[in-house]
Ligand binder design. Structure first.
Ligand code: ASP
Length: 347
């Protein structure tokens, strides 16, 4: 670490009245670039690592990786084929952050553009802003040549329609089983809290970091709802002196806990990536107080994941309930179990 960065960290820690040790990382060359992502990103981390081996900047490698998932019509949590808002319109959120420059870019509630992470990259590189939303974000994307397209696949439309038919006891829509059809109530439970996203943190062999999160957000959300994914410090954060942090799952919880920044800060204080993520999950537990968000045992009744990678190339993830995440290095991509705060599903 340079003298300047060490001094800057100590100053900011002092301002926050924290007992701050020196940052636990040196500058060293890693054997291989490393990438970490949510479990839907095995191919994405492989591609991100490959791009970094070719010399791409970590943030660009991260965006290239997540584009595989954004372009996949069968992943209904991101980009094309994402589950829509309650009006049946796919609305996307994404952000990127670049360690070496300390810059970030983001888009929220963006409709009809398949690759919001690449648009976020343009916001970072071509404006003095960080976050563009809604029609302004769409206009900006079109100015930069992103094609407008319908992102609702037939499969996602069907799921949205069934959600509409299940959601109300008072409107005139009827679920097929009420008229004698076979499939049933599990639809509602299945889609009530349906989430999905990809976060990808990338560490280059020289220790530079970059990160990205992209999503279609909470399924069947109120139009205009923005989750944690496009909010720097919540669904995604990185600091070139420390590493990357991000989240997936219930975005409202990650926003209220400032999850991504919290994870990175925990690593700056000396925690391992896994322990930093566990601290973030515990913080969510502590901040979750209202009854509607708790199960019969008083535990949060939702899933949330945090992911971390540090400059030494170490990675880790934790979640409220058992789950997996993806790790990539020169040996390829693989799934690994997260550190789960609770073993059994919420009840
Ligand atoms: N965090 C995303 C959101 O709340 C959803 C997810 O990760 O599943 O928009």
């Amino acid at each position: 670490m340079t003298e300047f960065s060490r001094r800057r960290f100590l100053q900011s820690a002092a301002a926050g009245a924290l007992a701050a040790p020196a940052l636990p990382f040196g500058t060293r060359t890693l054997r291989s670039p490393v990438a970490i992502s949510s479990a839907n990103g095995v191919k994405a981390v492989e591609l991100a690592v490959q791009r970094m081996i070719e010399g791409w900047r970590p943030v660009d490698a991260a965006v290239a990786g997540v584009e595989l998932v954004e372009n996949d019509p069968n992943d209904d949590s991101v980009g094309l084929g994402g589950l829509p808002n309650e009006d049946g319109v796919v609305e996307l959120d994404a952000c990127v952050m670049d360690g070496p420059s300390g810059l970030g870019g983001a888009v929220g509630a963006l409709q009809n553009i398949k690759n919001p992470a690449a648009v976020a990259l343009k916001v970072m590189r071509h404006t003095d802003h960080v976050l563009l939303v809604g029609p302004g974000a769409l206009r900006f994307a079109k100015m930069h040549g992103f094609p407008e397209e319908n992102l609702l696949t037939e499969a996602s439309r069907q799921k949205w329609l069934e959600w509409c038919e299940q959601r109300s006891a008072v409107d005139k829509r009827i679920a097929p089983e009420e008229n004698g059809a076979e499939h049933g109530k599990e639809w509602f439970d299945k889609y009530k809290h349906k989430t999905g996203t990809i976060h990808l943190g990338a560490i280059a062999a020289n220790g530079d970091v970059g990160s990205c999160t992209t999503t279609s957000g909470l399924a069947f959300k109120i139009p205009g709802r923005v989750g944690d994914s496009p909010l720097l410090g919540c669904g995604n954060y990185c600091d070139n002196d420390v590493g990357t942090g991000g989240s997936t799952g219930r975005g409202e919880a990650a926003i209220l806990a400032n999850g991504g920044a919290f994870v990175v800060h925990q690593m700056a204080l000396g925690k391992s990536p896994t322990d930093a993520c566990l601290e973030a999950v515990k913080r969510v537990v502590r901040l979750t107080k209202v009854k509607r968000l708790l199960d019969g045992k008083g535990r949060p009744n939702f899933q949330v994941h945090f992911y971390a990678a540090n400059k030494d190339g170490k990675v880790g993830a934790a979640a409220m309930y058992a789950s997996q995440y993806a790790v990539g290095d020169e040996g390829g991509g693989r799934l690994v179990d997260v550190a789960a705060l609770y073993d059994e599903a919420p009840r």
